[in-house]
Design a protein around this ligand. Structure first.
Ligand code: GLU
Length: 450
């Protein structure tokens, strides 16, 4: 045994080591603990992985960049924000992951997201490393011109750190097609290159068809694989969804199309409820109207939905829950409501939407959990397809991309299932972490000590 083996003796010992190195970063600790619970034995029992300290190395990002973003608001006042990019690992491809613009953005949040991205991107089977970035900027309540000035200022610093073979950002919370347009515009102006250094671009401006739909559709394809395994179908199932962003709305569209009764969508202020389920036109209308003024109550009213102020969708009865808003949105009480109400499957549309306590409650109630790393990997997978198209100078059809997305989600499900067998049952979280880790660990080993 080498002198560093103590930290692999138990998950608690490992976390003590991690927490001492990354003090006070609660979300990061939560994400790393989740993975350590599933892969610690692999990291310990394989002599090479143990001696080369591969798991330990993977908890330390390659680098974390932090920079000042100065811009002028519509009144000519100077605003100062902080931008970040966590380049976690390029062991299996260029750094890849979204940008989040939200006041809740902190180094700990971005580190957890970049860490999760590592396993997610590995599971896609594509050559995508892991990164995440963003800023503590809140686009809500800002004019489009203010958002443009912010994005241009942000990219003025970020451009020197990214590139199609180096680091390829994309969208996330607060960064949709409008922001990607501004960011890419500034990137190509500064670099004088129309290169695929950012994904989620508009179709016709270097973007890929199906990128917008991919995360939500992919989550529903993953759900269909789970149901098929149990000999069940989505048709007629009651599905509660949180969030009203890109992931939530596209999950709602696909689930409704496949016959599910989609009853809820939500934002930070409350949720909208239609007990008999939203129709296709309802969801389309919400998708068209909500982003403009973010008044979910009014948009819900226009499609005949009830507004429930200050509450979350998990108090409603459903068989399937798809949390698609943000990290730790679903807590212990919510988990109890779900389990008591007969929910049997939770699909993580968002990244790490369950608190640790919520996970325990759901586990005890034998509710199956599809981890975000697997279930929401469709978005980054189609980002990978966008990168391929950019390099080849091609534009693939929606049909082809949808087929590729379905196959990717099926393959991810199979990997998570195969690696997730434990005590006569299947834990997809364990399977996703083990399959994701196996590929990255092999790559890290092959490079030697670095
Ligand atoms: N932000 C998305 C995620 O969490 C997409 C990342 C990407 O397309 O690079 O996976």
């Amino acid at each position: 045994m080498s002198n560093h083996d103590e930290e692999l003796e138990s998950v608690d010992a490992f976390m003590e080591w991690v927490e001492a190195r990354h003090p006070g970063e609660a979300e990061y600790h939560q994400a790393v603990r989740g993975v350590a619970c599933h892969v610690l034995d692999m990291a310990r029992d394989d002599a090479d992985l143990r001696e080369q300290r591969v798991l330990q190395r993977l908890t330390e990002p390659d680098r974390t960049l932090s920079f000042r973003v100065v811009w002028e608001d519509d009144q000519g006042r100077i605003e100062i924000n902080r931008g970040y990019r966590v380049q976690h690992s390029n062991a299996i491809g260029p750094y890849k992951g979204g940008l989040r613009f939200d006041p809740s953005v902190t180094p700990a949040v971005l580190k957890f997201l970049a860490f999760e991205q590592l396993f997610k991107n590995s599971l896609t089977g594509l050559n995508l490393g892991a990164g995440k970035g963003g800023a503590d900027f809140d686009p809500r309540g800002r004019s489009s011109r203010e958002v443009m000035r912010f994005c241009h200022a942000f990219m003025t610093e970020l451009h020197r750190h990214i590139g199609q073979l180096t680091d390829v950002p994309a969208g996330d919370i607060g960064v949709g097609s409008r922001e990607i347009g501004f960011l890419f515009g500034q990137y190509k102006r500064l670099e004088n290159q129309f290169a695929g250094a950012i994904t989620g671009k508009a179709v016709g401006a270097g973007g890929s068809r199906m990128r917008q739909e991919a995360t939500g559709y992919g989550a529903v394809y993953f759900l269909c694989s789970m149901l098929a395994e149990a000999g069940e179908e989505l048709d007629g199932r009651r599905v509660a969804i949180s969030g009203a962003g890109n992931v939530a709305l596209h999950a709602a569209i696909k689930a409704q199309e496949l016959g599910a009764v989609v009853t809820t969508l939500s934002n930070r202020a409350g949720y909208i409820l239609k007990p008999d389920g939203f129709g296709a036109n309802d969801i389309e209308r919400i998708r068209a109207d909500y982003p403009a003024d973010r008044d979910l109550e009014a948009v819900g009213d226009s499609v005949g939905a009830e507004w429930v102020e200050g509450k979350k969708p998990w108090e409603t009865e459903c068989q399937i829950a798809i949390p698609s808003a943000t990290q730790n949105e679903l807590d212990e009480d919510d988990a109890r409501h779900l389990a008591d109400g007969g929910c049997s499957i939770v699909i993580e549309g968002a990244n790490m939407p369950l608190t640790s306590a919520a996970e325990s409650v759901l586990d005890e109630a034998r509710v199956q959990i599809a981890p975000g790393k697997a279930a929401n990997a469709g978005g980054v997978a189609v980002s990978g397809f966008e990168m391929s198209q950019n390099r080849l100078g091609q534009t693939w059809s929606a049909e082809r991309l949808d087929e590729d997305l379905r196959e990717t989600m099926k393959a991810i499900y199979e990997k998570a299932q195969e690696h997730g067998k434990i005590e006569g049952r299947i834990d997809l979280r364990r399977g996703a972490d083990r399959a994701g880790f196996e590929r990255v660990a092999k790559a890290v080993l092959s490079f030697g000590a670095m």
